[in-house]
Design a protein around this ligand. Structure first.
Ligand code: PAF
Length: 283
């Protein structure tokens, strides 16, 4: 596996593959890779002859009080993992390569609508940072397919919207959430958890499953959401939200609406903020 850090080397490698008629799959990441990322790589591999991954901790998607500085940077380990999982090319740019005018002065991509709620409401500016860097990475790599994890469900909707509205010639493919045996969704942020917090963390997935069961049992959505917040607090979390929404646009479902729903939770455990979701698949 080759590692490149600048746009010219990236484009030269991809041009060579394209001249041989090979399709390119892309998995953008912020590094500190785990089996969740490698499952996305396998999906890309199954759809394209060549696979590119990026590792870039994107400053513009972190708020001023968030974990940009301490976000784990493990490039050597990531390179070894990507090579072992069939990645052909790693793009690992620095901040100046992605933001030549500086992160504060960059052209910004803003996706309206779906970014106004949930993560967008709790992390102002976060999705502008995500949409901007994803647009830039897609323009640099110009893949045929790009794979995004469903664990960041709202991010997936944001990426689909920008690809549609800006007519980017790429197919966005969702990757199912990978979980630890106790149900905790795999995430680079899990390593921030102390032993006691790690033992409590699966309560998020358990609460999502409970929300689905409670709605299926006929309890009103608002009652289920309020009870889910209580369950999380009881388990030691400080929840930001625990809601049931339409999966396709995160709008509030009408009373009695049961198809195409999803439960989403964001909650803090000590200093660590975790998110997870559970699509109901038609209820
Ligand atoms: O999901 C992530 O790791 C990041 O938000 C992404 C898509 C790589 C953009 O920085």
């Amino acid at each position: 596996m080759q590692t490149v850090t600048d746009a010219a080397a990236l484009r030269a490698a991809i041009r060579a593959w394209r001249s041989q008629g090979q399709a390119v799959g892309f998995v953008p990441t912020m590094g500190n890779l785990h089996d969740g990322h490698y499952s996305l790589l396998r999906i890309a591999r199954s759809r394209a002859e060549r696979v590119v991954a990026s590792v870039f901790v994107n400053p513009t998607q972190f708020g001023p009080n968030e974990d940009y500085a301490r976000y784990p940077r493990t490039l050597a380990q990531d390179q070894a993992g990507l090579a072992a999982h069939g990645c052909d090319l790693l793009f690992a740019p620095d901040v100046a390569t992605i933001y030549p005018s500086g992160p504060e002065r960059t052209v910004t991509v803003h996706v309206p609508g779906v970014t106004a709620v949930l993560e967008g409401a709790h992390r102002p500016g976060h999705f502008d940072g995500v949409a901007t860097v994803v647009t830039k990475l897609l323009n640099l790599v110009q893949p045929d397919v790009a794979v995004f994890g469903q664990k960041d469900w709202q991010q997936l909707l944001v990426v689909k919207a920008l690809v549609r509205d800006l007519a980017l010639p790429v197919q966005i493919v969702p990757g199912p959430t990978m979980r630890e045996p106790d149900g905790l969704a795999m995430s680079s942020r899990n390593q921030y958890l102390g032993a006691e917090e790690r033992a409590r963390a699966p309560a998020i997935h358990a609460t999502l499953a409970w929300m689905r069961a409670a709605l299926r049992a006929g309890h009103p959505r608002e009652v289920v959401e309020a009870a889910a917040l209580k369950r999380l607090e009881h388990a030691g979390f400080t929840p930001d939200y625990a809601v049931i929404r339409r999966a396709e646009d995160l709008a509030e479902p009408a009373a009695g609406e049961s198809a195409g729903l999803i439960a989403l939770i964001a909650a803090r455990l000590g200093a660590t903020r975790l998110i997870d979701n559970l699509p109901f698949d038609g209820l």
